[in-house]
Design a protein around this ligand. Structure first.
Ligand SMILES: C[S@@+](CC[C@H](N)C(=O)[O-])C[C@H]1O[C@@H](n2cnc3c(N)ncnc32)[C@H](O)[C@@H]1O
Length: 300
């Protein structure tokens, strides 16, 4: 990690009141924030488990953990550089059998999006990277320059719901063949836009392709699926899980896991969404959906 002081976070925690109501933190509890990010939710939870409790905050991104360190200074928080899917190991290393609550606020933080050197944003010139963990093996450039047109099209279609996935993929393969490897966000964004026929609507077509690549680079759905199948084992009976998702691929998984696994008692019949006020102050909250479930006391 670099020794520069962390910048001021631009990220605002979404659905904060609703997360607190859902997890219902009380003094003495041990909670996990699996996606600590800039530490907004972590700090709010940590204030409420005092005295006697603590929050374990995980993130794959060391730059985000530096921000979370600032935001949680003086609070009972332990920050760990690990994916949330490794929670079993993180708890075992600390001699913790089960916790009282787990929060996952999925996806990308506004800070990561704003840092051009991380390559998440099609609106900022940067290297085509997109790894949450800069030590991760595969970058977006690796995928874009090595996969076949069919493999790329499948990623754009399945993870970005891009209607013109085959056209975009063909254009990419053609460009890298004749003009050399694609290594910057701006070149990829230009290629995507030039492959989409007709006029685009209010959403830049690069949005869907960038989302798809980010999900593929970080294997986001694999981490989520693994975690959803083990989460009940990591919670004490009566413990709660609160999960915020930002697109249908994630929300569908959370909804089905909560509904179909008899170890859960679902507390949110419909997903909780942000008020117009919150969306006005934080446009990112527009697509947030929160689901909360309680670990049933009676099932194993
Ligand atoms: C939406 S942000 C969380 C924001 C945070 N709740 C706050 O209030 O600042 C999502 C964070 O999750 C991290 N992340 C994404 N996938 C992860 C995973 N599988 N394990 C741990 N952290 C992950 C990202 O690096 C990012 O910092």
């Amino acid at each position: 990690m670099s020794s520069l002081p962390p910048p001021e976070p631009v990220h605002r925690p979404v659905l904060l009141e609703q997360v607190l109501a859902g997890l219902n933190p009380t003094p003495g509890m041990i909670l996990v924030d699996g996606t600590a990010g800039a530490g907004g939710h972590t700090a709010a939870l940590a204030r409420l488990v005092q005295p006697g409790g603590r929050v374990i905050g995980l993130d794959r991104d060391p730059e985000m953990l530096r921000m979370a360190t600032e935001a949680t200074r003086g609070l009972p928080v332990e920050l760990v550089h690990a994916p949330y899917s490794d929670l079993a190991d993180v708890l075992e290393e600390r001699g913790i059998e089960a916790v009282d609550g787990v929060l996952l606020d999925l996806g990308l933080s506004s800070d990561q999006l704003a840092w051009e050197h991380r390559g998440f944003s099609f609106g900022r010139e940067g290297p085509l990277d997109m790894r949450f963990d800069p030590e991760g093996e595969t970058t977006a450039a690796d995928l874009v320059n090595s996969l076949s047109a069919d493999e790329l099209a499948d990623i754009f279609f399945h993870l970005g719901e891009e209607r013109f996935s085959r056209r975009v993929a063909r254009r990419i393969v053609e460009s890298r063949k004749f003009e050399g490897p694609i290594t910057t966000t701006s070149r990829l964004a230009t290629l995507v836009r030039s492959s989409i026929p007709g006029k685009w609507g209010p959403i830049d077509p690069a949005t869907r392709v960038f989302q798809a690549l980010r999900i593929a680079v970080n294997r986001e759905l694999e981490h989520l699926d693994h975690t959803l199948s083990h989460l009940p084992e990591w919670l004490r009976p009566g413990g709660r899980a609160a999960i915020i998702s930002f697109h249908s691929l994630e929300d569908r998984r959370v909804k089905h896991a909560f509904r179909n696994d008899p170890r859960w008692n679902v507390l949110t019949k419909k997903p909780v969404t942000a008020s117009p006020d919150e969306v006005g102050q934080n446009p990112r909250a527009r697509s947030a959906k929160l689901r909360v479930a309680e670990r049933c006391p009676t099932t194993q």
